[in-house]
Design a protein around this ligand. Structure first.
Ligand code: APR
Length: 194
């Protein structure tokens, strides 16, 4: 766990200092409305829960689309790596199975009225770190925590904007933000593009 924390700190410093490094480019940010299971990206992010065994919303859609192999891998992960569940703010990758992607990244967002809201930022960062480790050139995010976990869409958009405005990568060329409703799309476009 200490090692992971050091990696996280190192990554944070890297994003702050990388502006001098010409090799690292700012990824294209694309904001779309749609079903994340239909999006083509190397990494698809799942708004999971700690149990890793399934839920509603994005989690349900991804499991339906990916098929039984994903469920089996998640069961193994739970039994062998996370017997107490994946903590809030952390992320883990699995195969993508029937999804049009290389990997699925499962991250557990904070419940707005219960957990530390700062952990939402960590979900995005840890997902990006895993995508880079897996040589993914594109990553698609749902609006983590803004469904069952009650995070206000506007606050989520502000966190995402602040994070990706300052982000450069040697690996990731496109970040796709996938919104489910017209209203969420409108808020994201207003907060991030304007
Ligand atoms: N594609 C893209 N976005 C979607 C999709 C989809 N197929 N389905 C729902 N959404 C949107 C929701 O409208 C919301 O804005 O994704 C956002 C996140 O909603 P949830 O999936 O409810 O995720 P979250 O709020 O993080 O809650 C996680 O819910 O599904 C369970 O297992 C999951 O217990 C966990 C909790």
């Amino acid at each position: 766990m200490a090692k992971k924390r050091d990696e996280f700190t190192a990554w944070m410093h890297r994003t702050k200092s990388n502006k001098e490094n010409a090799v690292w480019d700012k990824p294209k940010i694309t904001i779309i409305k749609g079903d994340i299971t239909k999006v083509k990206a190397d990494a698809i992010v799942n708004a999971a829960n700690s149990g890793l065994l399934g839920g509603s919303g994005v989690d349900w859609a991804i499991r339906q689309a990916a098929g039984l192999g994903l469920q089996q891998e998640c069961q193994l992960l739970r039994e062998e790596v996370y017997p107490k569940g994946l903590p809030v703010g952390k992320a883990v990758s699995t195969g993508a199975y029937k999804l049009n992607a290389k990997i699925i990244i499962h991250t557990v967002g904070p419940r707005y009225y219960k957990d530390n809201p700062e952990l939402l930022r960590e979900c995005y960062i840890r997902s990006i770190m895993l995508a880079e480790e897996n040589s993914c050139e594109s990553i698609a995010f749902p609006a983590i925590s803004t469904g069952a976990y009650g995070f206000p869409i506007e606050k989520s958009a502000k966190i995402v904007k602040e994070l990706f405005d300052n982000f450069k990568s040697e690996v990731i060329q496109e970040i796709i933000l996938v919104l489910w409703s017209d209203e969420d799309l409108r808020v994201y476009k207003r907060e991030i593009e304007e």
